[in-house]
Ligand binder design. Sequence first.
Ligand code: ATP
Length: 348
Amino acid sequence: MIEAQGLTRRYGEFTAVEGISFSVADGEILGILGPNGAGKTTTIRMITGFLPPSSGRVTVNGHDLFHEPIKARREIGYLPETVALYGEMRVSEYLAYRAQLEGMSRGDARAAIPRTIDSCLLGDVSHQIISTLSKGYRQRVGLAAAILHGPRVLVLDEPTVGLDPKQIIAIRELIRDLGQKRTLMISTHILPEVEQLCRRVLIIDRGRLIAEGTPTELREQAQGSSILRLTVKNATPDIVDILARLEGIESATERSENDQQIAELSPEERAATRVELGYSQAIDPRETVFRTAVEQGWVLLEMVEKKASLEDVFVRLTGQEADTPADVQANMPAEPTTIETDSEEVAS
Ligand code: ATP
């Protein structure tokens, strides 16, 4: 559906995006993940035809975005980071205006507006002045405007930024619904958003594509190994060295009384040593670890396998923490920057 080849964007001497290539299949939900300033918005703006690349090309459903821009852009609905809504208009008026901008006929617009209001759950506010709507509802209006002309691809740039936890849940549900009938691309720096919504992920860092795959593939790829967490009483000072030498063990690290409050620990646990072992998935070291503990006279209080999270992958690849806001964690089954305009930008 979308093919991007060698997309590069320079701002003077600075290269914001360099040689990014990827494709998005029909019906796919693709996440673009990256820390702030990684080049997500720049990539998305090139894909949606709002910013010409310095080099590279994009085709949408076979139409080259720069040779056949009208045909290509007709296939795309775009929700930018900051939506330019006309606050003084009513929701339905604004959608009628957007239909006009999209070049829709009166008949098409008349059919599409109520349908879109319905699918974006805007029925109760369709006659309300936009400036009086909550941020969550304004985002719905932005989504409605993006899908009004019936695009097959929907591109969303940080769609939940700036929303409160309840609004985030509602917008994600809406995005999930909209994604059932469309190809979806979502940029975000919020990991749970990717885990919840996307089947495939591109990780961008400093303008380059550094990883690509399903969340599961990325976890396996980046880790290549699993982690065993041990809690050991009566450990000898050489415990880490001994464990590190066992077959299949790739790393052994002693951990401090970290993720648990000391007060919550039993007296035995307080005297315990915690060790994390990284091991190759080809060899299960649990039995050897157990036998070694017995031989050494260590008391193995706990041995737990820890699965790598997408967060581990992200930190390992980019060296940066991703955003996992408290509200997002609390609502698991899970903010706009104004982009400076550039003189070469294509008018929307
Ligand atoms: P965020 O999550 O913070 O929005 P991002 O991944 O979307 O970040 P971009 O907005 O694409 O990142 O920016 C990538 C880099 O390009 C940044 O270093 C940014 O400062 C720079 N950049 C973006 N637009 C311009 C511009 N018009 N002129 C100069 N530099 C720019």
